[in-house]
Design a protein around this ligand. Structure first.
Ligand code: BGP
Length: 471
């Protein structure tokens, strides 16, 4: 075993989102969210109401089984656990006058259970689960009124969990709204009909809301640490042709826009040209500029699964599948069963670049391999999954995190995505699994919902025990 390069107190753990694992979609006063009407994945067909084939309605029934699951996380030695609060459990319609006490109580119980084992919650306020009424009545974040509703929701949970939650994230993969406006921004207009003006105005509303709740958070508890959360995906030029390099650079700017504003508190100069050329003119209300400037985030968090390539002539190349956004295929990389290109070095690159750009602490809050796992009889008679491919993926990525630490990057922690199997966001199926814990649920909704430890369970336990010394 080599010596650990990870700092003391490194926050090892796992990540989830309410809509993908809680289930209980209509229990204890919860209202509908956009996820309850997208049985085919957040970018797919939208139904009039919940339909039986929507796996997210039951999820993995975490709502009723959280004690059993938290005990398993504790057994792995988690220091932190990322979940989201389902906005529609707290404000069922998003614009209600009063919060729903039963919803608030559920998260009180969950956070208490985590603290029982010394696990720190890391809470996303909005993870692809905008209350459906906010879509129907206001067309989601295109409407400025959502800022006020979000502030009220955030203030409610900040106040309630003042002494139970220290780490907060505002919007999951905030840049994904450009690619999945309904799932990410609750915007009902079909993407092909949505004007760039409305889309970027919605982005502006989210950015102002994020800064505004950061302010509220710090007023309620100065010890709160509030981060933004972006989907990180390095974009490589497919060749050294300067035109390809420029195409990759411009594509990356679309992602940097979000972290730049969160970290620096103002719109970067490069976006003005893009806005001009695309007929976008952001409407600033009085005070918006000051809110953004005065309330930058405490840390930058991001998801990292893959990289892509870009060219000035993308039509010449094979397209690559991707996490919400795609690009072109990089011939140097292998891909997962879903075509996501596996690139551990890209993670070091993201860490180095973000840190160089902002000098703020970084938190990797999603990373992992979606795979089709097979349950087999294990050596001790227990059922298990021999997921050596997952161990390799994570090991390779964590080695690169270690390299970034050696480069001098301030990395706060790492929460692997879907630490317990849950419903996939893009496919809306169970069979794309990420967990250390297998959940017996199938794509057709059958299964006992029993939990089984995969081989990676003990591997990750050792990673945490040795603070990454076994990598
Ligand atoms: C991110 C989302 C998660 C998650 C993950 C894996 O984009 O924040 O919600 O699901 O990707 O994606 P998928 O489930 O589509 O494999």
């Amino acid at each position: 075993m080599s010596e650990s390069v990870f700092p003391d107190g490194f926050l090892w753990g796992g990540a989830t989102a309410a809509n993908q694992y809680e289930g209980a979609y209509n229990e204890d006063g919860k209202g509908l969210s956009v996820q309850d009407v997208t049985p085919n994945g957040g970018m797919g067909e939208i139904t009039d109401g919940p339909t039986e084939d929507n796996l997210k309605l039951v999820g993995i029934d975490f709502y009723h089984r959280y004690k059993e699951d938290v005990a398993l996380f504790a057994e792995m030695g988690f220091k932190v656990f990322r979940t989201s609060i389902a906005w529609s459990r707290i404000f069922p319609n998003g614009d209600d006058a009063e919060p729903n006490e039963a919803g608030l109580q559920f998260y009180d119980d969950l956070f208490d259970e985590l603290h029982k084992y010394g696990i720190e919650p890391l809470v996303t306020l909005s993870h692809y689960e905008t209350p459906l009424n906010l879509t129907k009545t206001y067309n989601g974040w295109t409407n400025r009124k959502l800022i006020g509703f979000f502030e009220k929701y955030a203030e409610t949970v900040f106040t309630r969990y003042k002494d139970k939650v220290k780490y907060w994230l505002t919007f999951n993969e905030v840049n994904s709204v450009l690619h999945a406006p309904f799932m990410s921004g609750g915007i009902g207009t079909p993407p092909e009909e949505l004007s760039k003006q409305d889309l970027y105005q919605a982005v502006h509303h989210e950015l102002v809301a994020s800064a505004s709740v950061t302010k509220i958070a710090h007023e309620i508890n100065p010890d709160f640490k509030v981060g933004c959360m972006v989907l990180a995906m390095p974009t490589y030029p497919i060749t050294p042709d300067p035109d390809d390099v420029m195409a990759a650079h411009l594509a990356e700017n679309q992602n940097y826009l979000f972290s730049d504003i969160h970290a620096r508190g103002e719109y970067p100069a490069y976006i003005n040209r893009f806005f001009k050329e695309n007929g976008v003119e952001i409407q600033f209300a009085e005070g918006d500029k000051e809110i953004l400037k005065e309330n930058t985030v405490d840390f930058i968090s991001f998801s990292y699964y893959m990289s892509i390539a870009e060219s000035a002539h993308p039509e010449k190349y094979e397209a690559s599948e991707g996490n919400i956004m795609g690009g072109i295929k990089n011939p140097h990389l292998e891909a997962s069963e879903w075509g996501w290109q596996v690139d551990p070095v890209g993670l070091r690159l993201v860490l180095d670049q973000f840190y160089d750009r902002y000098q703020k602490p970084l938190f990797i809050v999603e990373n992992g391999l979606g795979a089709k796992d097979v349950l087999v009889d294990g050596p001790n008679g227990e059922k298990t999954v021999e997921d050596d491919y997952r161990i390799k993926y994570m090991n390779d990525h964590l080695v690169q995190v270690g390299e970034a630490v050696k480069d001098g990057v301030d990395v706060m922690g790492y929460t692997s995505w879907g630490c317990i199997d849950l419903v996939s966001a893009s496919t809306a199926q169970m069979s794309k699994r990420y967990g250390f814990i297998y959940v017996d649920r199938n794509d057709d909704g059958t299964g006992t919902l029993d939990r089984y430890k995969k081989k990676s369970f003990n591997w990750y336990k050792e990673v945490i025990e040795t603070n990454g010394g076994n990598l």
